[in-house]
Design a protein around this ligand. Structure first.
Ligand code: SF4
Ligand code: SF4
Length: 90
């Protein structure tokens, strides 16, 4: 599996004048760790840098800042991320 080393500067989401951007969300990405193959496509493509990469290359979603754009769900090759309407997740 291809590895993506961290070799560039990375920006991180911060609370802005409008507060934490997670409150803007209409749809919420739900990650199924059982389907995740740690390819990091979601981490690379998330425009808000709200996919958190861990030491073992597993990922988590920072719901305080995720805007629910759905890019992560679209790029995930194993469909490990599903977009559900906010408040309707199980
Ligand atoms: S829904 Fe958009 S902002 Fe939220 S984690 Fe996925 S790509 Fe990032
Ligand atoms: S794109 Fe999908 S399979 Fe790849 S790390 Fe993200 S959730 Fe896991």
């Amino acid at each position: 599996m291809k590895k993506y080393p961290i070799i560039t500067s990375i920006s991180y989401p911060k609370k802005g004048a409008m507060g934490k951007t997670g409150t803007w969300r209409v749809f919420k990405p739900i990650l199924d760790q059982n389907k995740c193959v740690k390819c990091l496509q979601c981490w690379i493509y998330c425009p808000e840098a709200t996919i958190i990469r861990k030491e073992d290359n597993s990922v988590e979603i920072d719901y305080e800042y995720c805007k629910g754009c759905g890019v992560c769900a679209n790029v995930c090759p194993t469909k490990a991320i599903t977009m559900v309407r906010e408040g309707e997740e199980k």
